[in-house]
Design a protein around this ligand. Structure first.
Ligand SMILES: [Zn+2]
Length: 346
């Protein structure tokens, strides 16, 4: 698996939609297939350009093509049907306004989960030689909005049924030449406090088994960011040491929005794998200064060596306005560069 340069700057995956994409996403019926393809190309090109302008070491497609139900993961699953209405429709925006899905048949993904097409599109659009990363949801996170039924009586049973689907997705991406994949499992960090963490790790490791050693593999463990809100007690302690057994090359943790609380956990993580630290708060419109960023990187270096550290925002940027996302990424890259120079890393 490719190793990473010291103090690599990276992102979690999603990037804000441009206004025109959001507007277009409400009128997709008006688009022919060629129009839609062109729209998605333009959106990915915009996200890639913003990330490259910021100077990131690795970029994603910004998840710009996951813009409506049919183009998102649940749109690729058969055997499910949306609940007629979400449990809450009014009031302040929150995760409980996203509807769940009933399971009405055998869970399957006959066309995969769509990430192969995303990867191919990104390869076509990003300049040659750009380091690329693709995000795939892990089975536990993917199970979050599927209601257990008689056939799949618990969330664990639903997640187990999704394991082969995600495994096949990873294999397909690797066969297509993908070099870095993040298997996102924020639901594990959100709900791990009421589960057995070792069982979650076993589920994760079974999922990534076909990818271990063949690709740079990461995971993202945050505390929720839908509409910029957390959904969990924001503590990592309950997950460790069990989560040190995850078979990944890089484990990402949310730190900036928590004022770097529990930062010491990156020490034991870095003894086993690389650790990506969220040093940019995607939920706040305060734009971190270069001094803020450099200070945070130096605090991380007190617990882990530079060659084990990646620096990133806390979560995907999809819930942050694009102007702020741009400025935050630019600050992050420039602030990290200050510390790189201090360490003679160029
Ligand atoms: Zn997240």
């Amino acid at each position: 698996m490719p190793t990473s340069p010291p103090l690599r700057t990276t992102v979690v995956g999603s990037y804000p939609f441009p206004g025109w994409l959001e507007l277009a996403s409400q009128h997709l019926d008006a688009f022919g297939p060629d129009d839609l393809n062109e729209l998605l190309d333009d959106a990915v090109a915009a996200a890639v350009k913003d990330q490259l302008d910021a100077g990131l070491d690795v970029v994603t497609d910004g998840e710009q093509t996951r813009l409506d139900f049919n183009l998102s993961f649940y749109g690729f699953l058969s055997g499910i049907a949306p609940e007629p209405l979400p449990p809450r429709r009014f009031g302040p925006p929150g995760h409980d306004q996203r509807g769940k899905h009933e399971i009405v048949g055998e869970l399957a993904a006959p066309r995969g989960l769509g990430t192969l097409e995303e990867y191919r599109r990104l390869c076509r659009i990003a300049p040659p030689g750009t380091a690329l990363k693709v995000s795939v949801p892990g089975p536990y996170t993917l199970s979050g909005r599927l209601l257990p039924n008689a056939q799949y009586p618990t969330r664990a049973a639903v997640a187990q049924a999704l394991v082969p689907i995600v495994r096949r997705e990873l294999e397909t991406l690797i066969e297509a030449g993908c070099r870095e994949i993040c298997v996102d499992e924020p639901s594990m960090s959100c709900y791990g406090h009421k589960e057995d963490p070792a069982t979650l790790v076993a589920l994760f490791n079974k999922t990534v088994e076909p990818a271990v050693g063949r690709v740079r593999l990461g995971t993202h463990l945050c505390f929720g960011n839908y509409k910029g809100r957390a959904v969990a007690p924001r503590r990592y302690a309950c997950l460790f040491p069990a989560f040190l057994e995850m078979h990944v090359d890089e484990l990402h943790v949310e730190m900036a929005s928590r004022e770097l609380s529990e930062l010491e956990i990156i020490g034991p993580i870095a003894k086993r794998m690389d650790v990506a630290i969220g040093i940019i708060d995607v939920k706040s419109y305060y734009i971190e200064t270069l001094t803020d960023v450099a200070d945070r990187v130096r605090r991380c270096l007190a617990f882990a060596p530079a060659e084990r550290l990646s620096l990133a925002p806390d979560c995907g940027l999809s819930q942050t306005a694009r102007w702020a996302a741009r400025r935050k990424l630019a600050s992050m890259v420039e602030g990290v560069a200050i510390v790189r120079r201090e360490l003679g890393l160029g």
